[in-house]
Design a protein around this ligand. Structure first.
Ligand SMILES: [Zn+2]
Length: 297
């Protein structure tokens, strides 16, 4: 059979329906008169960002050092800045990072931040992946055993998802995910069997620092300047605030823990606070607010 026959069969089998059939996001008001929300979140991948696709890279010590920066410098400096700003954030941590860098993770916990699930080896969740369940369960085990944490939130490593994962996370008792790109407000997933799934706190590329200049290591992205990043971030915030929507940051301590990036993040957070009505908080808080509104509370 020619390859094109396989393609045709696959295309002919596609449902003529949206891939995500969740109802539109309800326009619940934000609490305390806030006009918009910012889900302040970090993805702590450390070296697992670099070994997920090729474990042999563990022997490439300079490549590993990009991830190692996270535990040595990036995360401690970000924690210091968040203390100064009196802000709480969510840190989605891979199980591997919890095992390899327990002190870094304990410091995050000690400062009262929320800790979320980010896989174990940072494997991109793909349909039919035989490691899908192990990634979730090993991640849960590492968080519980090392930190005593039972996470409410999940962010998909490398931002991919599939129906098996939606079902699995619900079965494991997770409350929300922050992975999809199809809205600017929280909404509730609808599983293929018609039952409700987790709450989604959607993300956008605008606030993903990995795309805004980490380094040239295995990356085609250039290093963007402060002015470029700040204008992206402030323009996005200004408009989404007018919409009554939410911003979700996807920041990595190996990017935003660099001196220039940390300075720019501090400046952006200070700018956001000048509005006086942008609720800067954790995913747990936003998901709980959504669930309360949904329940009519
Ligand atoms: Zn990640």
């Amino acid at each position: 059979m020619a390859a094109t026959d396989g393609l045709k069969a696959g295309l002919d089998a596609l449902p003529l329906l949206p891939a995500n059939r969740a109802p539109l996001a309800p326009e619940y008001p934000w609490p305390d008169g806030n006009q918009a929300a910012m889900f302040l979140s970090f993805d702590v991948d450390a070296e697992s960002a670099w070994t997920a696709k090729d474990p042999a890279r563990y022997g490439e010590l300079v490549t590993m050092s990009f991830g190692g920066y996270e535990a040595r410098v990036g995360t401690p400096k970000l924690l210091e800045m968040l203390r100064q700003q009196e802000l709480k954030a969510t840190f989605f941590i891979t199980g591997w990072s919890v095992e390899a860098h327990p002190a870094m993770c304990e410091a995050i916990l000690k400062d009262g931040h929320e800790i979320g699930h980010h896989g174990f080896h940072h494997l991109m969740p793909q349909p039919g992946d035989p490691m899908l369940v192990e990634e979730v369960d090993r991640g849960l085990d590492a968080l519980k055993r090392r930190l005593g944490v039972v996470p409410k939130g999940y962010r998909a490593p490398s931002g991919e998802f599939c129906e098996e994962l939606r079902v699995l996370l619900k079965a494991r008792g997770l409350v929300y995910t922050s992975s999809f790109r199809d809205d600017v407000r929280p909404y509730r997933h609808l599983l293929a069997d018609g039952t409700p799934g987790l709450v989604e706190l959607p993300v956008t590329a605008s606030y993903d620092d990995w795309l805004l200049g980490l380094s040239q290591r295995y990356s085609r992205h250039t290093l963007l300047t402060r002015e470029q990043v700040l204008s992206l971030w402030t323009d996005e915030l200004a408009e989404l605030r007018d919409w009554g929507a939410m911003a979700t940051t996807v920041l990595h301590p190996q990017c935003s823990g660099r001196p220039m990036r940390l300075r720019l993040l501090r400046e952006f957070l200070e700018h956001a606070r000048t509005y006086g009505d942008v609720w800067i908080t954790t995913g747990e808080q936003i998901a709980a607010h959504f669930a309360a509104c949904e329940a009519g509370g």
